[in-house]
Design a protein around this ligand. Structure first.
Ligand code: ZN
Ligand code: ZN
Ligand code: ZN
Length: 577
């Protein structure tokens, strides 16, 4: 439904823009005017709405991209310039040239080098001279987007935001938006000028803030691309987190930036590769909508990824993991926009004071694939002040259910994590696992391992190499039951503005009495306590909840690292809960 609406909107948009182009034939939306400090430039002579195609033109002279000043090239350029009409040649020769020259061929080449625009999207194929587009000046906070449209073989310029009458139309000459110093270095070297746009003229403090954002966007780009397909399957939550961060930075820096659709496509690919069609489609729609504004509905980006937004399951990465499996229509309805974004990006809500840690949190209780690797520094988990020594920046605990176990040279278990993945766990403690009482080692029980890491064993599948006896604890409950108990604890063990919930009848009240055995659940009276005990499973759970190690998991501040914690945990004894 959404998509259909979008397609129709695109089509209407196209019609509208088309009409506009026609109505202004001979009377375009811009004029060549003097621009203070820049010589001439294109200035809007009427309001140009966001997404409007400002111009679309074919190149008059083209050169291959890595043009050496070969004889062949000089001949080709001279032939092209000679073939121009008198009027065109005059226009060509009047263009800016920052290069010295001794003859006509060198002069033409200098003009081309100063003014040409890329005519392939990857900038490796060639460059061309466009009379109109080449007259558009650069700004780092550009209001229009240039693009070589490979579908229609024309250079297009589209309005990235509403451009008002009298405002200069600007494009961004460089590829990536980098910090001020890097931008101006490149502009000086390639085009021979220093930029004086609003972004480059910001007061120092604001300029530094903008530079930090741009550097961070660039750094995140590297992190997103680093792991390739393997990365988005092995740690999708982290990868999606990088894109989320990037999009938020774009929204602060330049919400119209043409880099945004690329970020949404990254997010779509992460979702789709993990079987999440609902998010995949929404991200793809956002990418297509951004490209439709910046590049137009006839661009290869909109055409190709429009198909993806219609049916994300057609993507080549679909199904290599089914960890996040959703159907295409599974997006929640009726949420507040900010709650919808939290859902979309799989964000975890920050903990309110008095709230307990949630065993379903992927940050504190990551699945195996989200654990840090043993021999790599994972900055999601570790931090360093000197880049030599690293320490955890927070606590984390791996949870897995014992599927099988055996003892040859050492205790060895097969455990299933929160994502359903089965991995081996080998005991490399001094006792090789004999330190555990046999009654604790049972199929269906749940192992908790603090600061677990992914270990690549020489023989066999990746798993966990367990070395410190104080980092492990086994709870006599299945992982599923533990998570169900966690949900009850989240509901019945917390106090909100002095109000608690009775575990027996669900009534909210300020004056409830707590279970004297586990101190975790609260009741109106004996009758409610009886109901909780007999009908709501507290008889079995009370015993588990009495365990300070389990209570410790709930009350520990997982995101505040001071020192390594170890079992037995004493957190529960010091806390109010
Ligand atoms: Zn600038
Ligand atoms: Zn009650
Ligand atoms: Zn109890």
């Amino acid at each position: 439904m959404l998509l259909l609406a979008f397609v129709i909107e695109c089509r209407n948009d196209r019609k509208r823009r088309h009409r506009k182009m026609q109505s202004t034939t001979g009377n375009p939306m811009y004029a060549l005017r003097d621009v203070p400090g820049k010589g001439k430039g294109l200035v809007a002579i009427e309001k140009i709405s966001k997404g409007t195609r400002i111009l679309s033109e074919e190149p008059v002279v083209t050169v291959p991209c890595n043009e050496q000043a070969s004889e062949q090239l000089q001949i080709s350029i001279c032939q092209q310039v000679d073939a121009l009409s008198k009027h065109q040649r005059r226009a060509f020769l009047s263009m800016h040239n920052i290069h010295a020259y001794g003859n006509a061929a060198e002069q033409y080449l200098g003009i081309i080098r100063t003014n040409a625009l890329p005519i392939e999207t990857n900038e490796s194929e060639g460059r061309g001279i466009f009379f109109e587009a080449c007259r558009i000046n650069h700004a780092c906070d550009n209001n229009a987007q240039k693009n070589w449209n490979t579908k229609i073989k024309r250079h297009t310029v589209q309005a990235l935001r509403d451009i008002y009458k009298g405002e200069e139309i600007t494009i961004y000459y460089l590829g990536v938006h980098k910090n001020r110093e890097a931008r101006n270095k490149a502009l000086q070297a390639k085009f021979g000028f220093i930029c004086l746009c609003c972004l480059c003229s910001l007061p120092l403090e604001q300029s530094q803030e903008s530079d930090r954002r741009l550097d961070e966007i660039y750094r995140l780009d590297g992190l997103i691309g680093r792991g390739g397909v393997e990365g988005i399957v092995s740690s999708p939550l982290r990868s999606l987190g990088y894109v989320d961060q990037q999009v938020r930075l774009y929204n602060k820096q330049a919400p119209d930036d043409a880099g945004l659709p690329r970020a949404f496509l990254d997010a779509a690919q992460i979702a789709i590769a993990n079987g999440d069609l609902a998010r995949g489609r929404i991200f793809a729609e956002r990418a297509v909508s951004g490209w439709s504004t910046a590049l137009g509905g006839d661009s290869i980006e909109v055409i190709e990824h429009g198909t993806l937004a219609r049916d994300p399951s057609k993507h080549m990465l679909y199904g290599i993991s089914m960890k996040w499996r959703t159907t295409v229509d599974e997006a929640p309805r009726g949420l507040e926009p900010s709650d919808f974004e939290d859902w979309l990006w799989k964000r975890e809500k920050p903990k309110r004071p008095g709230q307990l840690a949630n065993l379903r949190s992927h940050m504190a209780f990551p699945g195996f694939m989200d654990l840090p690797g043993k021999n790599t520094v994972d900055l999601d988990f570790y931090e360093s002040s000197d880049m030599v020594t690293y320490r955890p920046q927070r606590h984390w605990c791996f949870l897995g259910e014992i599927v099988d176990f055996g003892m040859l040279l050492r205790l060895e278990m097969t455990i299933k994590d929160v994502d359903g993945k089965e991995i081996p766990l080998y005991f490399y403690t001094d006792g090789r696992g004999s330190e555990l009482a046999p009654a604790q080692v049972q199929k269906g029980y749940t192992v908790a391992i603090l600061y677990a890491q992914r270990h690549a064993f020489v023989y066999g599948d990746p798993g966990i190499r367990h070395e410190d006896p104080q980092m492990i604890k086994i709870f006599p409950i299945s992982l599923h039951e533990l998570l169900v108990l966690n949900d009850q604890v989240q509901k019945f063990s917390v106090e909100l503005d002095g109000i608690r919930l009775c575990h027996g009848c669900g009534r909210k009240a300020a004056s409830l009495k707590r279970c004297s055995k586990c101190s975790s659940f609260w009741y109106c009276d004996r009758a409610c306590q009886g109901a909780g005990w007999n009908e709501k499973g507290h008889k079995a759970n009370c015993k588990l909840l009495k365990d300070p190690d389990l209570q410790g998991l709930f009350v520990l501040k997982w995101d505040e690292f001071d020192n390594h914690i170890r079992f037995p945990l004493h957190a529960a004894e010091d806390s109010e809960v």
